[in-house]
Each structure stands twice: as C-alpha cells, then as structure tokens.
Design a protein around this ligand. Structure first.
Ligand code: KG4
Ligand code: ZN
Length: 353
C-alpha cells in the first residue's frame, strides 16, 4: 500500500510552513517562512496581521516545497493541513490553500491536529518507536503530558492551569531586554550559560500538588519582580549593558531556567509513574514542541528518563518548532488508516471554508 507522498501545510500561528514527506520517512523538502520581524515590531502575534502575512507567502511557500522535492501537485497522494488548535484566521489560510490544491488535482485531504503532529513527528525521526509511549509537549501555548496508547488514542495526564513554559521563556526574554529577533526561548537559553543558576531561589511551582499539571504564571511573576527589584536597566539592550548588569541578567535567566525545567522534571517523573500503571510496556518519553529544542531541557529530561530506565526521543530542533514535516507525517499516519476526506469539488467558492 505504502508508497505515499504527502504535502503538509501549517499556518496555525506565526510561521507559514510546508513540506513534502514520503511514507518511508524521507523528508523531500521543508520550507518555513517566519514572521519574526512582525513579532519584534508589534511585540507579539496580532491575528489580523499574521493572517495577512500568511496569505502573502502561502502560495510561494507551497510552490517552493514542491519544487525542492522535484514534484508537481499531481505526484502527491494527499494534502495534509493543520486544522487546529491555533488562531482561526491563520488556520483558514492553510485550509483554503489545501482545499484549492485538493480540488484542482483531485487529492484527498487529511485534517491534522497541531499537537498530535508535534507528538507523532517523533515516529518519523525514530522509525522503531511503537505505541504506547509518553509525550511531553512544550511550546508557547501548550504544556501537555499525554499517554499515546495508539494512533488517535491519547490520554491527557496533565496540562497547564495557566501559562505554558514557552510563554514564560518569552516574557523572561522581554523583561531582561534580550534580542527578540530570534524568539525569546533561545535568547534566554544563551544568556543563561553565563549565569549562576543557584543565585536566585525562585520557588518551584505546584510542589504541593500531587498531579501532573503545570503552572508557569507564578514563576513569571517571580522573574518580573526580580528584574524590577534588581539594579539592571532592561531599557538598555543586553548587548550594550555593563558587565555587572549583564551578569545580573544572566543570573536571572539561569535561575529561571533551572526552576522552569525542574518543574518539568518533577511532573515527568510522576507521569512516568502514572503511565506505567496504565501501560506497563512504555519504553519512551517523547519531548517535542518549540521548547524541546533547548539543550538544557534535553539534558535534564534525559537524566530523568534514564533514571527510570526509559529512552528519550527528542526530534531535532527544526522538527520541534512549528514545521510542515510534522503535519505531512501525521497526514501519512492517518491516511494509511483510511482517515481522510475525499477531494472537495473544484467549483467551490473561495469563502466556503
Ligand atoms: O512549538 P512552537 O514553535 O510554537 C507553538 O506551537 O507555540 O513553540 C514556540 C515556543 C516559543 O515560546 C519559543 O520561545 C520556545 O518555543 N522556544 C524555546 C527555544 N526555542 C523555541 N524555549 C526555550 N529554549 C529554546 N531553545
Ligand atoms: Zn507548535
């Protein structure tokens, strides 16, 4: 059955991404157009602006993905597209493009859940990864612990009761006056290398809760207070700060990161315990989503996993952040199981979706 070639389209947030993937796991192309400049200009994602940015580049991004794969539309087995969760205005841009292609070339469509795609891309990376496995998804908007029992059969063990860890990284970067052009997370990770992670004793969230849920709002507030009560001047970019000022910012970054990740470690340990009661055969913890590209996060979680005789599966950074490959791959997994929609009619008006 199994020589499929699927185009994946992802527009749920601020990146316009497309990729072509083969069912043997071969990535034929991967294109991401980022709105980083807009983010810096407006200090966040403004849905209307993001929608316009997606609309402007979507045709070009998809064309480039096909060209790089050396394929034309009619060589595809199906089109996969993220249908949620995300900003609805932005999602529509991807869905409309997918339906147009599918209508014109009579291709089946697979609607993909963004978070499922973050999780399942691990099975592309590691071909022998079998269900069931445990998944930690850490991104800007989500913080989830999931027991993946089978394709489409997911048990949520924990989620955040307020913010996700990526949001805490982004705010920390902003308050520390870091260069936001490369997004907050990597900037904090870099600066933290210069700091003393034990210099500020931030409180570890939810110590008293014996569950698998997360909370990052309190830690965010602690960081803000530390910035305000210190002697740093966040109006001055870190690149032109005095060396003492820079050291102080690095100490906050490192102390924040230590506690933010300690919170992940504690909840993962409990989730491993819970999951192995439900599925004693689990052998893997998958960690994915933008924050999973952080080297410190990977190293710390690897320790937890080894201590519990499991294996860590962490996709390469380019597949951890939002991308089209994970969407194409998840499309392949569902298509194989017969889960797809037939091609839409070709005479569909543009605003029917
Ligand atoms: O998965 P993703 O690309 O988009 C969402 O679905 O949200 O995740 C983006 C988040 C942002 O908050 C970004 O700051 C964070 O992932 N991130 C990182 C790193 N790279 C990206 N956080 C910490 N360290 C990193 N190296
Ligand atoms: Zn994402």
């Amino acid at each position: 059955d199994d020589d499929l070639v699927v185009l994946g389209i992802e527009t749920s947030c601020d990146d316009t991404a497309a990729a072509v993937v083969r069912s043997n796991g071969e990535i034929l192309s991967q294109v991401v157009s980022s709105q980083a400049d807009l983010l810096v200009q407006y200090g966040g994602v403004a849905p209307k602006m993001a929608e316009e940015a997606h609309s402007k580049v979507i045709d070009q991004v998809v064309q480039e993905a096909l060209d790089k794969a050396n394929l034309s539309e009619s060589d595809l087995s199906a089109v996969a597209v993220t249908i949620g969760p995300g900003l609805s205005l932005c999602l529509r841009v991807g869905v409309q493009k997918a339906r147009k292609l599918a209508g014109t070339y009579a291709l089946p469509i697979v609607g993909v859940h963004h978070m499922e795609a973050h999780a399942l891309v691990a099975r592309l990376v590691q071909g022998e990864l079998q269900f069931p496995f445990l998944v930690l998804l850490i991104s800007g908007g989500h913080n989830l612990l999931i027991l993946a029992r089978d394709l489409g059969n997911y048990v949520q063990l924990g989620t955040t009761i307020d913010d996700a860890i990526g949001e805490a990284y982004d705010k920390t970067a902003k308050w520390l006056g870091l260069d936001l052009r490369k997004s907050g997370g990597p900037a904090v990770e870099d600066l933290a290398r210069e700091g003393d992670a034990n210099s500020i004793k931030f409180k570890v969230p939810m110590k008293q809760h014996k569950d698998c849920n997360f909370s990052y709002a309190g830690l965010k507030t602690q960081v803000r207070l530390a910035v305000e009560s210190g002697s740093i001047n966040p109006e001055i970019p870190v690149s032109s700060a005095s060396s003492e000022d820079r050291k102080e910012r690095a100490n906050i970054a490192a102390s924040f990161q230590r506690v933010a990740v300690l919170h992940l470690e504690e909840k993962c340990e409990r989730a491993i315990e819970w999951a192995s009661k439900i599925e004693p055969s689990i052998k893997h913890l998958v960690v994915s989503g933008g924050v999973a590209s952080n080297q410190y996060v990977r190293a710390r979680l690897n320790q937890i996993v080894e201590k519990n005789c499991l294996q860590l599966v962490c996709p390469p950074p380019k597949l951890c952040t939002d991308n089209g490959v994970m969407v194409a791959w998840t499309g392949i997994e569902h298509f194989r199981m017969g889960r797809f929609d037939p091609p839409p009619p070709t005479n569909e008006p543009e605003d029917a979706v």
